[in-house]
Write a protein that binds this ligand. Structure first.
Ligand code: SAH
Ligand code: SF4
Ligand code: F3S
Length: 455
């Protein structure tokens, strides 16, 4: 171990799991003397933590690599060094392509090997090292065992990875290939990490997993715990105020998870539960193993347990074989549910997935038109949902300084973004806020009068 100061720059693409992994990479490299650089040009090590989910994601990585290359060359010309690494899901899926297409990349490693970063760096930069490394093994269990017992925290909200990988094999999706099969961390490890986060001031924890409600970790009592049981335990922790989890699959919703939303005051009334399509024919072709109706039934169970719950979802338009009628079924489902927010994407064929070989490709202009229609419906629902809060007083967890002076940023219990007239020092607190106006993306408000003193 060395204390010389070195600079690290990590660019994160993709999902929350990648954001979590980036933080853990920083936790691993800090004891080696690495601190954050603001720009890649100042960094001794640059890591692109990549995402493979859609086509454009990979293109972006290669164009970013092209931009970093001259910076690396400049540093070397100046007598310095820049280790250039590609991590994450593109690395896992296309590591060999990266090494051959971008010969200036030193290191390629997948999502399950970043705990070995110190050894990999030593091999590249050490006295005898000058080789290029590719490391795309999948020792997921070993990874979690070797992550540092230290989490750097910035702000009151944090992610905590509890489950990784996916066994669902939706026909469009690369995740089962890039992240491997489902693995649940032992409960004791998760609780320890939660305690560390809370002792550093975290009040809002989002449990992460590619299929988080399939969580089935080994409990301290020797029994297998599901997500509902885990939430119950965390709900009793002093200091944490808000619990969320993502991403869930409709087929893995157990009764104790529904009960958690009914009984546990810290479990927030917000749920991201993707459905992808409203057409049973398309859902079947996607291998989702549920129907539109069975999805709606699951939502109804959550609503019975927690009437003010709000849902979000992901949608794919233009999956192979999707007709106008199939798309209408998706549109109707969205109208029926009334989402607080939702993400929608044009289908993009991914190498190695079953859907990539399917017939009935949908024309690009048709996909564009469907996406625009769906997004305008979702936007109007988000706007209506946000506007329904105008005039109400709601608890807001302040998580950041605002972009404008005299403003702070926070989150509502329903996971809406809110800009509030308030001093910087409110960050980290939960205060009652009166909502004064609302747009599609965010609310605006003022800290409730009698609390101004305290704030
Ligand atoms: N595990 C989560 C999320 C997976 S990826 C789940 O099961 O829902 C996030 C979203 O990206 C998916 O929900 C899906 O809507 C979208 N997506 C995944 N593969 C895609 C593809 N090939 N083309 C377009 N969108 C895709
Ligand atoms: Fe991908 Fe489906 Fe698994 Fe989600 S459930 S990660 S969409 S394969
Ligand atoms: Fe992307 Fe991998 Fe997440 S493909 S969405 S970074 S699991």
């Amino acid at each position: 171990m060395t204390n010389t100061t070195k600079k690290l720059y990590i660019k994160t693409y993709g999902c929350q799991m990648n954001s979590y992994d980036t933080k853990r990479m920083e936790d691993i490299l800090r004891p080696l003397g690495y601190s954050s650089a603001d720009e890649p040009k100042d960094a001794d090590m640059v890591i692109l933590n990549t995402c493979h989910i859609r086509e454009k994601a990979t293109d972006k990585v290669f164009s970013d690599l092209g931009r970093i290359r001259p910076l690396k060359q400049q540093r070397e010309k100046d007598g310095g060094q820049m280790v250039l690494a590609v991590a994450g899901c593109v690395a896992q899926a296309e590591g060999d392509v990266i090494l051959s297409r971008a010969r200036y990349v030193d290191l390629v490693f997948g999502p399950q090997t970043y705990h070995q970063l110190p050894e990999m760096i030593a091999q590249i930069t050490g006295a005898y090292g000058s080789k290029r490394i590719i490391n795309t093994d999948m020792p997921v269990e070993e990874k979690f065992d070797h992550l540092p017992q230290e989490n750097a925290v910035n702000g009151p909200s944090a992610f905590l990875s509890v489950q990784e990988g996916c066994d669902k094999f939706c026909t469009f999706c690369v995740v089962p290939y890039t992240r491997g099969s489902e693995y649940s961390r032992p409960v004791a490890d998760i609780l320890n990490e939660a305690k560390r986060l809370i002792s550093s001031g975290v009040k809002d924890i989002t449990l992460l997993g590619q299929n988080v409600n399939a969580f089935h970790g080994e409990g301290p009592d020797g029994k297998t715990w599901g997500l509902g049981r885990l939430l119950q335990e965390l709900n009793d922790f002093q200091g944490v105020e808000r619990l969320r989890y993502m991403t869930s699959h409709p087929n893995d919703v157990q009764d104790d998870l529904i009960a958690a939303h009914r009984d546990l005051e810290k479990v927030m009334p917000y749920l991201h539960l993707p459905v992808q399509s409203g057409s049973d024919k398309i859902l079947k072709a996607m291998n989702r193993k549920h129907t539109a109706q069975s999805y709606l039934d699951v939502l109804a169970r959550f609503r019975d347990a927690r009437p003010d719950i709000v849902f979000s979802s992901d949608f794919i338009v233009g999956f192979p074989g999707e007709t106008d009628e199939d798309f209408e079924a998706t549109y109707n489902l969205v109208e029926k549910v009334g989402y607080g927010s939702a993400y929608s994407f044009k289908y993009s064929a991914r190498p190695g997935t079953p859907a990539a070989n399917m017939q009935g490709l949908v024309r690009e202009d048709v996909k564009d038109a469907r996406l625009a229609r769906l997004q305008s419906l979702i936007t109007s629902q988000s706007l209506a949902f946000n506007q329904s809060f105008i005039g109400k007083t709601i608890p807001v967890l302040f998580d950041d300084e605002g972009v404008r002076d005299g403003q702070a940023h926070g989150r509502t219990e329903h996971n809406q973004s809110i800009h509030v007239k308030a001093p910087k020092r409110v960050v980290g607190q939960i205060l009652d806020v009166v909502v004064t106006s609302a747009g599609q993306m965010a609310l605006h408000g003022e800290v409730k009068q009698e609390q101004n003193e305290a704030a």
